[in-house]
Design a protein around this ligand. Structure first.
Ligand code: RIB
Length: 306
């Protein structure tokens, strides 16, 4: 397999509402859905839908959500051999609110994802030698992420980290293990500890991360696209214009798009285009995994203007 995702699997409980409630406010929503999600699982589905052989290492609980979540990953032809069904805890869930403007808020209850430990890293180690890309996010314990990244690095596997959700104290020792980091604006602000409110501060944040030892920094800028930087190169990458209705999973689609393009041997420039296209298209449909675009659609959009 060429792409391995080590990360979270959640059941998303999604409330649609005209406006997100303010603290202390009750609002009447318009719709409720229960759909498979989790940043790890979403990124795995994104790469699988883009035609990549994808393997997953993680945990679900031995509850009905766990069964549904596993079945969904299998439907997308993801190899679930690295997923442990934890008998001691429930599956991860995410309480998501999406307002009319397409913006969302998310509370994640990690459940089985939070129990990930060395035994899961040991299952990951079995497949790493046959892997080109390791996709990580931060919805599982940081210590497991660190060990996984270190093991991948030893084997020359490309490590792509989505620092979401960004912790208050990101361990500096992790930066040199990362080939590609992909924070969004708020996550980058948490990492560098200053606001990203203009082009200058975006570039400055990318430099801080590069100087910590990351090889490639990609700051996701939503509808504005992304900013890409290495020690020798940098550019803003525009997004495509779409009518967004739900931004859940757009960041995961972006990461899946980048990894899938690189895995297919495309240039980094093309990969950035795939990332922005996949992210934008995901906002045009409801939910996370069901909204992720397939290979033909991304290829079609990437040919326009190239
Ligand atoms: O990135 C979107 C995802 O974040 C949702 O699917 C939810 O499960 C949370 O992990």
């Amino acid at each position: 397999m060429s792409i391995v995702v080590f990360g979270s699997i959640n059941m998303d409980m999604i409330a649609q509402t005209p406006n997100l409630p303010q603290p202390g406010e009750t609002v009447i929503g318009s719709n409720f859905m229960t759909l498979p999600g989790g940043k790890g699982a979403n990124q795995a589905v994104a790469t699988a839908k883009l035609g990549c052989s994808t393997y997953f290492v993680g945990r679900v609980g031995s509850d009905s959500f766990g069964k549904d979540l596993l079945r969904t990953l299998e439907t997308f032809k993801i190899n679930t051999g690295g997923i442990f069904i934890d008998p001691k805890i429930s599956s991860g869930v995410a309480m998501i609110s999406v307002e009319k403007s397409a913006e969302n808020t998310i509370i994640v209850i990690p459940g089985a994802n939070g129990n990930i430990d060395e035994s899961d890293v040991n299952r990951l180690k079995l497949v790493l030698p046959k892997t080109s890309f390791l996709l990580l996010q931060l919805e599982i314990p940081l210590i497991a992420i660190e060990t996984a990244a270190r093991e991948a690095k030893k084997l020359g596997v490309t490590v792509m980290l989505d620092p979401a959700p960004a912790p208050d104290n990101f361990p500096n020792c992790l930066y040199p293990l990362i080939d590609i980091i992909t924070p969004n604006r708020t996550e980058a602000e948490k990492l560098v500890k200053f606001p990203l409110n203009n082009d200058h501060s975006i570039k400055k944040a990318a430099n801080v991360l590069l100087n910590q030892g990351v090889k490639n920094v990609i700051i996701k800028l939503g509808e504005k696209g992304a900013f890409y930087a290495t020690q020798t190169d940098q550019c803003f990458v525009p997004s495509i214009t779409v009518k967004a209705i739900d931004t859940v999973g757009a960041g995961d689609a972006f990461n899946g798009g980048i990894a899938a393009a690189l895995d297919r041997g495309l240039s980094l420039k093309k990969a950035l285009k795939w990332g922005t296209i996949a992210g934008a298209l995901t906002t045009t449909k409801e939910g996370a995994q069901a909204a992720l675009p397939d290979l033909a659609t991304v290829q079609q959009f990437s040919e326009v203007g190239s």
